[in-house]
Ligand binder design. Structure first.
Ligand code: ATP
Ligand code: MG
Length: 444
Protein backbone atom coordinates (compact mmCIF):
# COMPACT_ATOMS: atom_id res chain seq x y z
CA UNK A 1 0.00 0.00 0.00
CA UNK A 2 1.26 3.45 -0.88
CA UNK A 3 0.87 5.99 1.89
CA UNK A 4 -0.18 8.63 -0.64
CA UNK A 5 -3.20 6.50 -1.64
CA UNK A 6 -4.16 5.41 1.84
CA UNK A 7 -6.80 6.87 4.11
CA UNK A 8 -4.62 7.34 7.17
CA UNK A 9 -5.23 10.90 8.32
CA UNK A 10 -2.32 11.41 10.72
CA UNK A 11 -2.42 14.46 12.98
CA UNK A 12 0.70 16.49 13.84
CA UNK A 13 -0.13 16.67 17.53
CA UNK A 14 -2.03 14.77 20.15
CA UNK A 15 -5.72 15.68 20.18
CA UNK A 16 -6.48 17.45 23.44
CA UNK A 17 -9.71 15.59 24.18
CA UNK A 18 -7.91 12.26 24.60
CA UNK A 19 -6.87 11.48 28.17
CA UNK A 20 -5.20 8.10 27.80
CA UNK A 21 -2.57 6.99 25.32
CA UNK A 22 -4.69 4.50 23.39
CA UNK A 23 -7.32 7.13 22.71
CA UNK A 24 -4.58 9.63 21.76
CA UNK A 25 -2.90 7.29 19.32
CA UNK A 26 -6.13 6.06 17.76
CA UNK A 27 -7.21 9.61 16.98
CA UNK A 28 -3.70 10.70 16.05
CA UNK A 29 -3.25 8.09 13.32
CA UNK A 30 -6.88 8.11 12.28
CA UNK A 31 -7.88 4.63 13.40
CA UNK A 32 -11.30 5.84 14.50
CA UNK A 33 -13.51 8.87 14.14
CA UNK A 34 -16.07 9.78 16.75
CA UNK A 35 -19.65 9.88 15.43
CA UNK A 36 -21.33 10.80 18.72
CA UNK A 37 -20.65 10.20 22.42
CA UNK A 38 -19.25 6.68 22.79
CA UNK A 39 -19.98 5.81 19.15
CA UNK A 40 -17.24 5.55 16.53
CA UNK A 41 -16.58 4.90 12.89
CA UNK A 42 -13.65 2.60 12.26
CA UNK A 43 -11.27 3.90 9.60
CA UNK A 44 -9.00 1.60 7.55
CA UNK A 45 -6.09 1.34 9.98
CA UNK A 46 -8.25 0.73 13.04
CA UNK A 47 -10.59 -1.58 11.18
CA UNK A 48 -7.72 -3.70 9.93
CA UNK A 49 -6.36 -4.20 13.43
CA UNK A 50 -9.79 -4.97 14.87
CA UNK A 51 -10.50 -7.55 12.15
CA UNK A 52 -7.20 -9.28 12.85
CA UNK A 53 -8.04 -9.45 16.55
CA UNK A 54 -11.49 -10.77 15.69
CA UNK A 55 -9.96 -13.53 13.59
CA UNK A 56 -7.64 -14.66 16.35
CA UNK A 57 -10.57 -14.73 18.77
CA UNK A 58 -12.56 -16.75 16.20
CA UNK A 59 -9.77 -19.29 15.61
CA UNK A 60 -9.40 -19.92 19.32
CA UNK A 61 -13.17 -20.33 19.80
CA UNK A 62 -13.27 -22.82 16.95
CA UNK A 63 -10.40 -24.78 18.47
CA UNK A 64 -12.42 -25.65 21.58
CA UNK A 65 -15.34 -26.78 19.44
CA UNK A 66 -17.50 -23.67 19.69
CA UNK A 67 -19.70 -22.99 16.64
CA UNK A 68 -20.16 -19.53 15.21
CA UNK A 69 -23.61 -18.04 14.69
CA UNK A 70 -24.80 -14.49 14.17
CA UNK A 71 -27.66 -13.10 16.20
CA UNK A 72 -29.24 -9.73 15.43
CA UNK A 73 -28.38 -6.48 17.16
CA UNK A 74 -32.07 -5.62 17.64
CA UNK A 75 -33.99 -7.91 19.97
CA UNK A 76 -37.60 -8.24 21.05
CA UNK A 77 -38.43 -7.21 24.62
CA UNK A 78 -40.56 -10.37 25.01
CA UNK A 79 -37.66 -12.68 25.79
CA UNK A 80 -36.20 -10.15 28.23
CA UNK A 81 -39.54 -10.03 30.03
CA UNK A 82 -39.41 -13.82 30.31
CA UNK A 83 -36.02 -13.73 31.99
CA UNK A 84 -37.01 -10.82 34.19
CA UNK A 85 -34.18 -8.63 32.97
CA UNK A 86 -36.27 -6.17 30.98
CA UNK A 87 -36.86 -4.22 34.18
CA UNK A 88 -33.62 -5.14 35.93
CA UNK A 89 -31.19 -4.04 33.22
CA UNK A 90 -31.98 -0.40 33.78
CA UNK A 91 -30.84 2.59 31.83
CA UNK A 92 -27.89 0.97 30.08
CA UNK A 93 -30.41 -0.72 27.78
CA UNK A 94 -31.36 1.25 24.69
CA UNK A 95 -35.08 0.72 24.23
CA UNK A 96 -36.73 1.21 20.87
CA UNK A 97 -40.36 1.21 19.76
CA UNK A 98 -41.09 0.09 16.20
CA UNK A 99 -43.91 1.39 13.96
CA UNK A 100 -46.29 -1.31 15.24
CA UNK A 101 -45.63 -0.06 18.75
CA UNK A 102 -43.65 -3.15 19.63
CA UNK A 103 -41.01 -2.76 22.31
CA UNK A 104 -37.61 -3.65 20.94
CA UNK A 105 -34.10 -3.08 22.21
CA UNK A 106 -30.54 -2.89 20.97
CA UNK A 107 -28.87 -5.94 22.53
CA UNK A 108 -26.43 -5.22 25.36
CA UNK A 109 -25.74 -8.99 25.58
CA UNK A 110 -27.43 -12.15 24.28
CA UNK A 111 -28.28 -14.66 27.02
CA UNK A 112 -32.01 -14.40 26.29
CA UNK A 113 -31.71 -14.51 22.51
CA UNK A 114 -29.46 -17.55 22.51
CA UNK A 115 -31.61 -19.38 25.09
CA UNK A 116 -34.60 -18.78 22.84
CA UNK A 117 -32.71 -20.27 19.89
CA UNK A 118 -31.60 -23.23 21.94
CA UNK A 119 -34.98 -24.10 23.46
CA UNK A 120 -36.73 -24.15 20.12
CA UNK A 121 -34.36 -26.73 18.61
CA UNK A 122 -32.56 -28.84 21.18
CA UNK A 123 -34.74 -31.33 23.05
CA UNK A 124 -32.46 -34.15 24.18
CA UNK A 125 -29.39 -34.52 26.33
CA UNK A 126 -27.92 -36.42 23.37
CA UNK A 127 -27.30 -33.11 21.59
CA UNK A 128 -25.28 -31.71 24.47
CA UNK A 129 -22.93 -30.03 25.04
CA UNK A 130 -23.53 -27.08 22.73
CA UNK A 131 -21.08 -24.18 22.59
CA UNK A 132 -22.29 -21.28 20.46
CA UNK A 133 -20.71 -17.88 19.92
CA UNK A 134 -21.10 -14.79 17.84
CA UNK A 135 -19.13 -11.63 17.21
CA UNK A 136 -21.50 -8.73 17.03
CA UNK A 137 -22.00 -5.08 17.95
CA UNK A 138 -23.53 -4.38 21.34
CA UNK A 139 -25.05 -1.22 22.71
CA UNK A 140 -24.97 -0.13 26.34
CA UNK A 141 -25.94 3.38 27.21
CA UNK A 142 -22.98 3.77 29.57
CA UNK A 143 -23.41 6.68 31.93
CA UNK A 144 -19.84 7.83 31.29
CA UNK A 145 -18.55 6.67 27.93
CA UNK A 146 -14.86 7.54 27.90
CA UNK A 147 -11.35 6.74 26.79
CA UNK A 148 -12.45 6.33 23.19
CA UNK A 149 -13.42 2.79 22.29
CA UNK A 150 -12.33 1.49 25.72
CA UNK A 151 -15.68 2.34 27.22
CA UNK A 152 -17.91 3.00 24.28
CA UNK A 153 -21.66 2.89 24.07
CA UNK A 154 -21.55 0.87 20.87
CA UNK A 155 -18.82 -1.78 21.00
CA UNK A 156 -17.82 -5.02 19.31
CA UNK A 157 -17.92 -8.14 21.44
CA UNK A 158 -17.44 -11.85 21.10
CA UNK A 159 -19.96 -13.55 23.32
CA UNK A 160 -20.27 -17.31 23.70
CA UNK A 161 -22.79 -19.49 25.49
CA UNK A 162 -22.53 -23.06 26.74
CA UNK A 163 -25.36 -25.56 27.32
CA UNK A 164 -24.78 -28.71 29.35
CA UNK A 165 -26.62 -31.51 31.05
CA UNK A 166 -25.06 -31.20 34.54
CA UNK A 167 -23.02 -28.86 36.71
CA UNK A 168 -20.02 -31.07 36.23
CA UNK A 169 -20.25 -30.98 32.43
CA UNK A 170 -20.93 -27.26 32.52
CA UNK A 171 -17.73 -26.64 34.46
CA UNK A 172 -15.91 -28.62 31.82
CA UNK A 173 -17.26 -26.18 29.21
CA UNK A 174 -16.33 -23.26 31.46
CA UNK A 175 -12.77 -24.53 31.64
CA UNK A 176 -12.55 -24.88 27.87
CA UNK A 177 -13.35 -21.21 27.49
CA UNK A 178 -10.92 -20.38 30.30
CA UNK A 179 -8.17 -22.06 28.28
CA UNK A 180 -9.26 -20.55 25.01
CA UNK A 181 -9.09 -17.08 26.61
CA UNK A 182 -5.56 -17.64 27.88
CA UNK A 183 -4.52 -18.77 24.39
CA UNK A 184 -6.29 -15.88 22.68
CA UNK A 185 -4.61 -13.20 24.78
CA UNK A 186 -1.25 -14.87 24.41
CA UNK A 187 -1.59 -14.74 20.62
CA UNK A 188 -2.32 -11.04 20.96
CA UNK A 189 0.92 -10.85 22.92
CA UNK A 190 -0.89 -9.75 26.08
CA UNK A 191 -0.55 -11.17 29.57
CA UNK A 192 -4.12 -11.42 30.80
CA UNK A 193 -4.66 -12.71 34.31
CA UNK A 194 -7.89 -14.50 35.26
CA UNK A 195 -9.27 -12.98 38.44
CA UNK A 196 -12.12 -14.16 40.60
CA UNK A 197 -15.02 -11.82 39.98
CA UNK A 198 -18.51 -10.97 41.12
CA UNK A 199 -21.23 -12.13 38.79
CA UNK A 200 -23.18 -8.83 38.77
CA UNK A 201 -26.37 -8.52 36.72
CA UNK A 202 -25.65 -11.68 34.71
CA UNK A 203 -26.11 -13.66 37.95
CA UNK A 204 -24.68 -17.04 38.95
CA UNK A 205 -21.96 -18.43 41.11
CA UNK A 206 -18.63 -18.68 39.29
CA UNK A 207 -16.93 -15.96 37.34
CA UNK A 208 -13.51 -14.76 36.19
CA UNK A 209 -12.45 -11.48 34.68
CA UNK A 210 -9.40 -11.49 32.43
CA UNK A 211 -7.35 -8.41 33.18
CA UNK A 212 -4.23 -6.93 31.63
CA UNK A 213 -2.09 -4.58 33.69
CA UNK A 214 -2.27 -0.91 32.76
CA UNK A 215 -1.95 2.24 34.80
CA UNK A 216 -4.92 3.70 32.97
CA UNK A 217 -7.17 0.71 33.61
CA UNK A 218 -10.49 1.17 35.35
CA UNK A 219 -10.24 -1.94 37.53
CA UNK A 220 -8.22 -1.90 40.73
CA UNK A 221 -6.57 -5.27 41.23
CA UNK A 222 -4.96 -7.16 44.10
CA UNK A 223 -2.80 -10.13 43.23
CA UNK A 224 -0.11 -12.50 44.20
CA UNK A 225 2.63 -11.63 41.71
CA UNK A 226 3.48 -15.25 41.11
CA UNK A 227 0.35 -15.67 39.02
CA UNK A 228 2.16 -13.80 36.22
CA UNK A 229 4.65 -16.63 35.89
CA UNK A 230 1.99 -19.18 35.00
CA UNK A 231 1.10 -20.30 31.51
CA UNK A 232 -1.24 -22.82 29.92
CA UNK A 233 1.22 -24.26 27.40
CA UNK A 234 1.01 -27.80 28.73
CA UNK A 235 -2.81 -27.85 28.90
CA UNK A 236 -4.92 -29.90 26.52
CA UNK A 237 -8.69 -30.20 26.16
CA UNK A 238 -9.08 -33.25 28.37
CA UNK A 239 -11.18 -32.71 31.45
CA UNK A 240 -8.43 -33.46 33.90
CA UNK A 241 -5.88 -31.28 32.18
CA UNK A 242 -8.30 -28.35 32.19
CA UNK A 243 -9.18 -28.90 35.86
CA UNK A 244 -5.52 -28.79 36.76
CA UNK A 245 -4.96 -25.66 34.75
CA UNK A 246 -7.74 -23.76 36.52
CA UNK A 247 -6.55 -25.01 39.92
CA UNK A 248 -3.06 -23.81 39.07
CA UNK A 249 -4.36 -20.29 38.50
CA UNK A 250 -6.78 -20.34 41.41
CA UNK A 251 -4.07 -21.21 43.93
CA UNK A 252 -2.93 -17.57 43.80
CA UNK A 253 -4.90 -14.65 45.18
CA UNK A 254 -6.07 -12.45 42.28
CA UNK A 255 -9.19 -10.30 42.55
CA UNK A 256 -10.58 -6.94 41.52
CA UNK A 257 -11.78 -4.42 44.10
CA UNK A 258 -15.34 -5.78 44.17
CA UNK A 259 -14.08 -9.03 45.69
CA UNK A 260 -11.18 -7.58 47.64
CA UNK A 261 -10.83 -8.49 51.28
CA UNK A 262 -7.88 -6.80 52.95
CA UNK A 263 -7.61 -9.18 55.85
CA UNK A 264 -7.64 -12.22 53.60
CA UNK A 265 -5.15 -10.69 51.15
CA UNK A 266 -2.66 -9.89 53.91
CA UNK A 267 -3.11 -13.26 55.53
CA UNK A 268 -2.72 -15.35 52.36
CA UNK A 269 -0.15 -13.38 50.37
CA UNK A 270 3.34 -12.69 51.71
CA UNK A 271 4.24 -9.03 51.56
CA UNK A 272 6.96 -9.55 48.96
CA UNK A 273 4.45 -11.21 46.63
CA UNK A 274 1.71 -8.60 46.89
CA UNK A 275 0.84 -6.48 43.89
CA UNK A 276 -1.79 -3.76 44.02
CA UNK A 277 -2.28 -1.98 40.73
CA UNK A 278 -4.73 -1.24 37.95
CA UNK A 279 -5.87 -3.17 34.94
CA UNK A 280 -8.14 -3.34 31.94
CA UNK A 281 -10.85 -5.97 31.74
CA UNK A 282 -10.61 -7.60 28.32
CA UNK A 283 -12.77 -10.66 28.97
CA UNK A 284 -15.31 -11.97 31.44
CA UNK A 285 -16.69 -15.48 31.89
CA UNK A 286 -19.65 -16.66 33.98
CA UNK A 287 -21.22 -19.88 35.10
CA UNK A 288 -24.84 -19.34 36.11
CA UNK A 289 -26.47 -22.81 35.95
CA UNK A 290 -30.17 -22.72 35.18
CA UNK A 291 -30.82 -19.03 35.82
CA UNK A 292 -32.02 -18.36 32.26
CA UNK A 293 -33.00 -21.86 31.20
CA UNK A 294 -35.41 -22.13 34.13
CA UNK A 295 -36.94 -18.71 33.61
CA UNK A 296 -37.30 -19.32 29.88
CA UNK A 297 -38.16 -23.03 29.93
CA UNK A 298 -35.10 -24.40 28.14
CA UNK A 299 -35.04 -28.04 29.18
CA UNK A 300 -33.91 -31.35 27.66
CA UNK A 301 -34.93 -35.00 28.07
CA UNK A 302 -32.59 -36.90 30.38
CA UNK A 303 -31.52 -40.56 29.93
CA UNK A 304 -34.15 -41.98 32.37
CA UNK A 305 -37.08 -40.14 30.79
CA UNK A 306 -37.10 -37.13 33.12
CA UNK A 307 -36.48 -33.57 32.00
CA UNK A 308 -34.18 -30.94 33.40
CA UNK A 309 -33.22 -27.35 32.67
CA UNK A 310 -29.88 -26.99 30.88
CA UNK A 311 -26.92 -25.56 32.73
CA UNK A 312 -25.51 -22.50 31.04
CA UNK A 313 -22.48 -20.26 31.05
CA UNK A 314 -21.58 -17.12 29.10
CA UNK A 315 -18.22 -15.85 27.93
CA UNK A 316 -17.39 -12.38 26.62
CA UNK A 317 -14.35 -10.78 25.02
CA UNK A 318 -14.23 -7.06 24.27
CA UNK A 319 -12.92 -7.21 20.70
CA UNK A 320 -13.03 -3.46 20.11
CA UNK A 321 -11.70 -2.71 23.61
CA UNK A 322 -8.75 -4.99 22.86
CA UNK A 323 -7.53 -2.61 20.16
CA UNK A 324 -7.12 0.03 22.89
CA UNK A 325 -5.79 -2.45 25.42
CA UNK A 326 -2.99 -3.55 23.07
CA UNK A 327 -2.01 0.08 22.54
CA UNK A 328 -1.99 0.70 26.31
CA UNK A 329 0.36 -2.26 26.66
CA UNK A 330 2.65 -1.58 23.68
CA UNK A 331 2.77 2.14 22.93
CA UNK A 332 5.90 4.01 24.01
CA UNK A 333 4.21 7.33 24.53
CA UNK A 334 7.33 9.27 25.46
CA UNK A 335 9.18 8.45 22.25
CA UNK A 336 5.96 8.25 20.22
CA UNK A 337 6.71 4.74 19.00
CA UNK A 338 4.02 2.13 18.48
CA UNK A 339 4.98 -1.42 17.69
CA UNK A 340 1.98 -3.63 17.00
CA UNK A 341 2.32 -7.34 17.73
CA UNK A 342 2.85 -8.99 14.35
CA UNK A 343 -0.33 -11.06 14.86
CA UNK A 344 -2.55 -7.95 14.61
CA UNK A 345 -0.33 -5.34 12.95
CA UNK A 346 -2.02 -3.23 10.26
CA UNK A 347 1.09 -3.76 8.10
CA UNK A 348 3.98 -6.12 8.69
CA UNK A 349 6.63 -3.69 7.52
CA UNK A 350 7.02 -0.04 6.56
CA UNK A 351 9.35 0.96 3.73
CA UNK A 352 10.63 4.49 4.10
CA UNK A 353 12.52 5.79 1.06
CA UNK A 354 14.18 9.19 1.15
CA UNK A 355 12.96 10.85 -1.98
CA UNK A 356 14.89 13.65 -3.71
CA UNK A 357 13.27 15.96 -6.23
CA UNK A 358 15.15 14.77 -9.31
CA UNK A 359 16.00 11.31 -8.23
CA UNK A 360 13.51 8.47 -8.13
CA UNK A 361 15.99 5.74 -7.39
CA UNK A 362 15.02 5.30 -3.73
CA UNK A 363 11.34 5.02 -4.61
CA UNK A 364 12.10 2.59 -7.44
CA UNK A 365 14.07 0.52 -5.04
CA UNK A 366 11.21 0.63 -2.51
CA UNK A 367 8.80 -0.59 -5.17
CA UNK A 368 11.07 -3.47 -6.12
CA UNK A 369 11.44 -4.52 -2.50
CA UNK A 370 7.69 -4.25 -2.10
CA UNK A 371 7.06 -6.65 -4.96
CA UNK A 372 9.37 -9.20 -3.43
CA UNK A 373 7.74 -8.84 0.00
CA UNK A 374 4.25 -9.22 -1.45
CA UNK A 375 5.31 -12.44 -3.17
CA UNK A 376 6.23 -13.69 0.28
CA UNK A 377 2.89 -12.68 1.82
CA UNK A 378 4.37 -9.80 3.74
CA UNK A 379 2.05 -6.83 3.98
CA UNK A 380 3.77 -3.49 3.42
CA UNK A 381 3.19 0.22 3.52
CA UNK A 382 5.52 2.51 1.55
CA UNK A 383 5.85 6.17 2.37
CA UNK A 384 6.02 7.48 -1.20
CA UNK A 385 5.34 11.10 -0.21
CA UNK A 386 7.94 13.83 -0.57
CA UNK A 387 7.77 14.94 3.04
CA UNK A 388 11.06 15.38 4.85
CA UNK A 389 12.76 12.32 6.15
CA UNK A 390 12.33 12.90 9.88
CA UNK A 391 8.61 13.51 9.65
CA UNK A 392 8.30 10.35 7.58
CA UNK A 393 9.99 8.33 10.27
CA UNK A 394 7.85 9.97 12.92
CA UNK A 395 4.67 9.10 11.08
CA UNK A 396 5.66 5.48 10.50
CA UNK A 397 6.65 5.12 14.15
CA UNK A 398 3.09 6.09 15.04
CA UNK A 399 1.44 3.84 12.46
CA UNK A 400 3.40 1.07 14.12
CA UNK A 401 4.25 -1.63 11.56
CA UNK A 402 6.55 -3.85 13.64
CA UNK A 403 9.42 -3.67 11.12
CA UNK A 404 10.93 -0.90 8.98
CA UNK A 405 13.26 -0.70 5.99
CA UNK A 406 14.88 2.67 5.48
CA UNK A 407 16.26 3.61 2.08
CA UNK A 408 18.56 6.58 2.50
CA UNK A 409 20.71 8.61 0.16
CA UNK A 410 23.29 5.91 -0.36
CA UNK A 411 21.03 3.13 -1.45
CA UNK A 412 23.10 1.14 -3.89
CA UNK A 413 24.32 -2.29 -2.89
CA UNK A 414 22.45 -5.29 -1.55
CA UNK A 415 22.37 -4.48 2.13
CA UNK A 416 19.30 -2.70 3.48
CA UNK A 417 18.81 -0.70 6.65
CA UNK A 418 16.37 -2.86 8.54
CA UNK A 419 15.03 -2.63 12.07
CA UNK A 420 12.34 -3.65 14.44
CA UNK A 421 10.36 -0.47 14.96
CA UNK A 422 12.03 1.43 17.79
CA UNK A 423 15.03 -0.92 17.77
CA UNK A 424 18.59 -0.94 16.44
CA UNK A 425 19.34 -0.77 12.73
CA UNK A 426 20.89 -3.82 11.09
CA UNK A 427 22.26 -4.03 7.57
CA UNK A 428 20.78 -7.09 5.95
CA UNK A 429 20.05 -8.41 2.47
CA UNK A 430 16.37 -8.66 1.51
CA UNK A 431 16.22 -12.46 1.60
CA UNK A 432 17.41 -12.43 5.21
CA UNK A 433 14.73 -9.86 6.11
CA UNK A 434 12.06 -12.01 4.49
CA UNK A 435 13.34 -14.99 6.41
CA UNK A 436 13.16 -13.16 9.76
CA UNK A 437 9.61 -11.91 9.23
CA UNK A 438 8.32 -15.19 7.81
CA UNK A 439 9.74 -17.12 10.72
CA UNK A 440 8.13 -14.71 13.17
CA UNK A 441 4.78 -14.98 11.37
CA UNK A 442 4.85 -18.76 11.34
CA UNK A 443 5.40 -18.85 15.07
CA UNK A 444 2.13 -17.04 15.84
P1 ATP B 1 -17.15 -3.45 32.51
O1 ATP B 1 -16.98 -3.86 33.95
O2 ATP B 1 -15.88 -2.95 31.88
O3 ATP B 1 -18.33 -2.56 32.29
P2 ATP B 1 -18.76 -5.73 31.96
O4 ATP B 1 -18.51 -6.61 33.13
O5 ATP B 1 -19.98 -4.92 31.92
O6 ATP B 1 -17.48 -4.79 31.73
P3 ATP B 1 -19.31 -7.91 30.12
O7 ATP B 1 -20.77 -7.72 30.12
O8 ATP B 1 -18.78 -9.09 30.80
O9 ATP B 1 -18.61 -6.58 30.63
O10 ATP B 1 -18.77 -7.83 28.61
C1 ATP B 1 -17.68 -8.60 28.12
C2 ATP B 1 -16.52 -7.73 27.68
O11 ATP B 1 -16.95 -6.68 26.81
C3 ATP B 1 -15.82 -7.01 28.83
O12 ATP B 1 -14.88 -7.84 29.46
C4 ATP B 1 -15.16 -5.85 28.11
O13 ATP B 1 -13.93 -6.26 27.56
C5 ATP B 1 -16.12 -5.55 26.98
N1 ATP B 1 -16.95 -4.37 27.28
C6 ATP B 1 -17.93 -4.26 28.20
N2 ATP B 1 -18.46 -3.03 28.21
C7 ATP B 1 -17.80 -2.32 27.24
C8 ATP B 1 -17.90 -0.99 26.76
N3 ATP B 1 -18.79 -0.14 27.24
N4 ATP B 1 -17.06 -0.61 25.76
C9 ATP B 1 -16.14 -1.48 25.25
N5 ATP B 1 -16.02 -2.74 25.67
C10 ATP B 1 -16.83 -3.17 26.66
MG1 MG C 1 -20.39 -2.87 32.18
Amino acid sequence: MLLSNSFIPVLKNNPSEAKIKSHQLMLRVGMIKQASAGIYSWLPLGFKVMKKIENIVRQEQNKIGAQEILMPTIQSSEIWKESGRYEDYGEEMLRITDRQNREMLYGPTNEEQVTEIFRSSIKSYKSLPQLLYHIQWKFRDEIRPRFGIMRGREFYMKDAYSFDISDDEALYSYNKFFLSYLRTFKKLSLTAIPMAADTGPIGGNLSHEFIILAETGESKIFTDKRIFELNSDDTNLEKKSLDNMRKKYEQYYAVTDEKFNKEKFEKIVLEKNRLITKGIEVGHIFYFGDKYSKAMGASVDLPGGKKDFVKMGSYGIGVSRLVGAIIEAKYDEKNEIMKWPLSVAPYDIAIIPMINKNDNSALDKANNINEELIKNNIDTIIDDTDENFSSKIKKMNLIGAPYQIIIGKKNDGDLLEFKETGGETQNLPLNKIIEIITKQKNSI
